[in-house]
Design a protein around this ligand. Structure first.
Ligand code: 5GP
Length: 179
């Protein structure tokens, strides 16, 4: 069998992601004009989105990295989150934007917002490339959203399935993966 036959089906093509990122970056640059921002990349899934987004944002910026991993099974979050890598700088008095790849139940984001708010930033907003509104089980607000999805499990553009597919340049679906 040819290897391309195993590739996930394209859901959001590369060109559409690029276009949307350009718009999100313009919106963020406008909203934060005159301010310095701290952008937090939530590892691992957000690294591709983060790298593309920050290069389109026209603001003075510090980049920070935080590693999170959910204690749920492969496709469902339990809401119990483990910090695998913490920030190296304090957030007190800073304008912070969390850059996330996907918000599904929202439990991970709720944990992260509580965790970061406790560090007393001047402001804290969320930018997520993908959002599954029908799956949301928490009371969180997303300030910037790239694309809304249904309940399909997606991969590519940083997102994995069992460690694979992160390098795909598009968002795709593996058939038969639903939750
Ligand atoms: P939550 O349910 O807490 O909002 O999401 C927890 C984590 O589950 C996300 O950060 C992401 O790592 C993973 N996740 C949720 N939906 C998907 C999906 O469709 N594809 C992939 N690859 N991961 C997902």
């Amino acid at each position: 069998m040819k290897s391309e036959m195993l590739l996930p089906k394209v859901l959001i093509p590369e060109a559409k992601i690029k276009e949307r990122i350009h718009d999100l970056a313009s919106e963020i640059s406008f909203d934060y004009r005159g301010k310095d921002v701290t952008a937090i990349c939530v590892l691992k899934g957000s690294f591709v989105f983060f790298a593309d987004l920050i290069r389109e944002i026209d603001l003075p910026m510090a980049c920070e990295f935080m590693g999170l991993s959910s204690y749920g099974n492969k496709t469902t979050s339990s809401g119990e989150v483990k910090v695998t890598l913490d920030l190296t700088e304090p957030l007190s008095g800073k304008h912070v934007i969390i850059i996330e790849d996907i918000v599904d139940s929202g439990l991970t984001m709720q944990y992260l917002l509580n965790n970061l708010n406790a560090r007393k930033p001047a402001s804290l907003k969320v930018c997520s490339l993908l959002f599954k509104p029908e799956q949301l089980k928490s009371d969180i607000k997303l300030d910037y959203v790239g694309f809304k999805l249904g309940s399909e499990f997606v991969v590519g553009y940083g997102l994995d399935h069992a460690g694979r597919y992160r390098q795909l340049p598009y968002i795709g679906v593996i058939e038969n993966e639903r939750h």
